[in-house]
Design a protein around this ligand. Structure first.
Ligand code: NAD
Ligand code: UDP
Ligand code: UDP
Length: 318
C-alpha cells in the first residue's frame, strides 16, 4: 500500500498527459488535470470524469495557478511541430512562463515537480546516440526554436530553482513517443502515416526519408516517468526517456503500409527547415538509476495504435 497523493498533471488532456492521468488514477491517487485544450480534445479524459478522484480544470499555465497538491507533472506544451509552430510566441510563453508558474507553485508547496523536457534540446545532434552530457546543436532563431529554446530555457529554470531553493526537481528528456490518443491531426509522423495508410491516401515522406527517429510506445514512457518521480530526491536528471530502437522514416512508412495492408503510394514532399537528421537516446542512465527499459517492440506498439486509429476513423472522428 502506498500513500494516496493529490497530483497535478498540466497538459493532462494531451496524448501523454491523458495516459499519465489514467496510470495515476489506477494507482489510487487523486488527479488534478489542468489543460487549455490548445492541442488536445476533452475526449481524451472524458472517460475519467465520473471518477471522484479526477478533477478537470480549463486553465492556461502561462497564468498563475493556486491549488494544493503533493506532486506536479508539468506536461503542458504543444509537442508536434505544426502545433507548436502555429503560435510560436504562445509556445515560448507556455514553456517559459508556464515553467515559472509551476515552479513557483512547487516552491510554495515544497512539492516534487517533473518537467517534460525533450530530445529537441539536442537540436540536430552532432553526436549519436545522444547522451545527457551533450549540450546540443540548436538553431536559436529557426522555425523550431520557439519549442527547442523554450524547452532549454525551462530546463535552465528548473535547475536554477533547484540550485537556489533546493526545489526537488526531475527533468526528463522525452524522445519521440507514439500510441493511442495522439491527436489525429497533429501532424506527427506515426499518426500521419497510419491515418494516411488506413484512408488509402499517399504517405507523405518529408525529404528522402533517410532521417532517423527512435520510437517509444506510450506505456513504456509513462512507466519511466512514474519511476523517475518516485526515485531518490537527489536524482534530478536530466535523464533521457525513450526507446533506442532507431528507424529511418522510410522504414517506418514501409512498416505501416505493410501492417495495414494499405494500397497507399509514397509521396515525397519537401523537408521542413532544421529537421534533425538522426535521433536516438542513450538510456544508460535510466537503466542504471531506475532499472527501466522499454518493453514494447515497434511492431507491437504500431499494431495497438493502428487499431485505435482504425476505430476512430470508423466512428468518423478522424
Ligand atoms: P500534446 O499536444 O498531445 O499535449 C500537450 C497538452 O498541453 C495538450 O493537451 C495541450 O492542450 C496542453 N497545453 C498546451 N499549452 C498549454 C497551456 N499554455 N496551458 C495549459 N495547457 C496547455 O503533446 P504530448 O505528446 O502529450 O506532449 C506532452 C509533453 O511532453 C509536452 O510538454 C511535450 O513537449 C513533451 N514531449 C513529448 C514528446 C512526444 O513524443 N510525445 C517528445 C518530447 C517531449
Ligand atoms: N505562482 C503560482 N502559484 C503559486 C505560487 C506562485 O502560480 O502557488 C506563480 C507566481 O505567480 C509567480 C511564479 O509562480 O509569478 C514564480 O513564483 P516565485 O515564488 O518563484 O516568484 P515571485 O513570486 O517571487 O516572483
Ligand atoms: N515526417 C514525415 N512525414 C510526415 C510527418 C513527419 O516524413 O507526414 C518526418 C519529419 O520531417 C521528421 C520525422 O518524420 O523527420 C518525425 O517528425 P515528427 O513531426 O513526428 O517529430 P519530430 O520531427 O519532432 O521528431
Amino acid at each position: 500500500m502506498h500513500l494516496r497523493k493529490r497530483i497535478l498533471v498540466t497538459g493532462g488532456s494531451g496524448f501523454l498527459g491523458s495516459h499519465l492521468c489514467e496510470r495515476l488514477l489506477n494507482e489510487g491517487h487523486e488527479v488534478l488535470c489542468v489543460d487549455n485544450f490548445f492541442s488536445s480534445a476533452r475526449a481524451n479524459v472524458e472517460e475519467f470524469l465520473d471518477n471522484r478522484r479526477f478533477e478537470l480544470i480549463r486553465h492556461d499555465v502561462t497564468f498563475p495557478l493556486f491549488v494544493e497538491v503533493d506532486e506536479i507533472y508539468n506536461l503542458a506544451c504543444p509537442a508536434s511541430p505544426i502545433h507548436y509552430q502555429h503560435d510560436p510566441v504562445q509556445t515560448i510563453k507556455t514553456c517559459v512562463h508556464g515553467a515559472i508558474n509551476m515552479l513557483g507553485l512547487a516552491k510554495r508547496l515544497k512539492a516534487r515537480i517533473y518537467q517534460a523536457s525533450t530530445s529537441e534540446v539536442y537540436g540536430d545532434p552532432e553526436i549519436h546516440p545522444q547522451t545527457e552530457d551533450y549540450w546540443g546543436h540548436v538553431n536559436p532563431n529557426g522555425i523550431r526554436s520557439c519549442y527547442d529554446e523554450g524547452k532549454r530555457c525551462a530546463e535552465a529554470l528548473f535547475f536554477s530553482y533547484w540550485r537556489q531553493g533546493g526545489l526537488p526537481i526531475k527533468v526528463g528528456r522525452i524522445f519521440n513517443t507514439y500510441g493511442p490518443k495522439m491527436h489525429p491531426n497533429d501532424g506527427r509522423v506515426v499518426s500521419n502515416f497510419i491515418i494516411q495508410a488506413l484512408k488509402g491516401e499517399p504517405i507523405t515522406i518529408y525529404g528522402d526519408g533517410s532521417q532517423t527517429r527512435s520510437f517509444c510506445y506510450v506505456d513504456d514512457l509513462i512507466e519511466c516517468m512514474v519511476r523517475f518521480m518516485a526515485s531518490p530526491v537527489d536524482f534530478i536528471g536530466p535523464m533521457n526517456m525513450g526507446n533506442p530502437g532507431e528507424f529511418t522514416i522510410r522504414e517506418l512508412a514501409e512498416k505501416v503500409v505493410e501492417m495495414t495492408g494499405s494500397k497507399s503510394v509514397i509521396s515525397y514532399e519537401p523537408l521542413p527547415g532544421d529537421d534533425p537528421k538522426q535521433r536516438k537516446p542513450d538510456i544508460t542512465l535510466a537503466r542504471e538509476k531506475l532499472g527501466w527499459e522499454p518493453q514494447v517492440k515497434l511492431e507491437d506498439g504500431l499494431k495497438k495504435t493502428i487499431t485505435y486509429f482504425d476505430e476512430m476513423l470508423k466512428q468518423g472522428m478522424a
